[in-house]
Design a protein. Structure first.
Length: 234
């Protein structure tokens, strides 16, 4: 339902697909704007339907990929969705909001973000959940147990690609909830599903971003200068 509602909310669903790039960690699509999404495809993930000619398929077809259980296709679909959204909001750091709201409270972060360690200086407790846990992280399956105990929940926007975002938002009802990262659709539809803050990016330099991600760029910090970090609050 979430993906269907996001697609339905787009005022325009047809633009020329100018470019599609699938990088090591990020996928980029240029239509009306440039949209990004995490690449969750692995070495055994089948190539997307129509690969080699994706630009010719059109926006509507690429948007339909967002529903796919092939996560490479799904990433292309979400990047296309993001490319059709005119990103609004303030230039603001999402972690400043999380730090302020989460002072002396319990915070769950779904996704490993480098800034999470700084939150431990002011929060009562910080749990980091990750599909591929790093030292100090917990497996993402702990979400069902820990989110109900939290006061603040920060969810990586890439959870929309593997179809876990809708359930995570259900678990987060009544909590202060932030969705963050370049995959985040900057759409008010997510407020209807329980988000309080959306923290994504507006791509200022599509050519620079597409070049970087296709040459192995992975860290969000490597995209600085080519993107602006934007925040929308409910």
């Amino acid at each position: 339902m979430l993906i269907d509602d996001l697609i339905a909310s787009l005022p325009e669903k047809e633009h020329e697909v100018k470019e599609v790039r699938v990088g090591y960690l990020w996928i980029g699509v240029v239509t009306k704007n440039c949209g990004l999404a995490k690449n969750y495809g692995g070495p055994y993930t089948p190539a997307p339907a129509g690969f080699g000619n994706l630009e010719k398929l059109g926006c509507a077809k690429l948007l339909s990929y967002a529903r796919s259980w092939n996560f490479l296709e799904a990433g292309i679909g979400i990047a296309t969705l993001n490319s059709l959204i005119d990103v609004r909001g303030k230039r603001k750091n999402a972690f400043d909001i999380i730090r302020e709201v989460g002072r002396n409270k319990r915070i769950v972060m779904v996704g490993h973000f480098p800034d999470a360690k700084d939150l431990r200086k002011t929060a009562k407790e910080v749990w980091v959940l990750e599909r591929n846990p790093q030292p100090g992280d917990l497996p993402d399956t702990a979400a069902e147990y820990l989110i109900p105990k939290a006061d603040v929940v920060a969810i990586t926007g890439s959870a929309i690609i593997n179809k876990s975002l809708e359930r995570l938002l259900e678990l987060s009802r009544g909590k202060f909830t932030v969705i963050l990262g370049p995959s985040t659709p900057m759409s008010e539809v997510l407020f209807d599903y329980g988000a309080d803050v959306l923290a994504g990016v507006r791509v200022k330099n599509p050519a620079g971003v597409m070049r970087k991600i296709s040459q192995g760029g992975g860290m969000v910090s490597q995209l600085k200068g080519d993107v602006e970090f934007r925040v929308m609050e409910k």
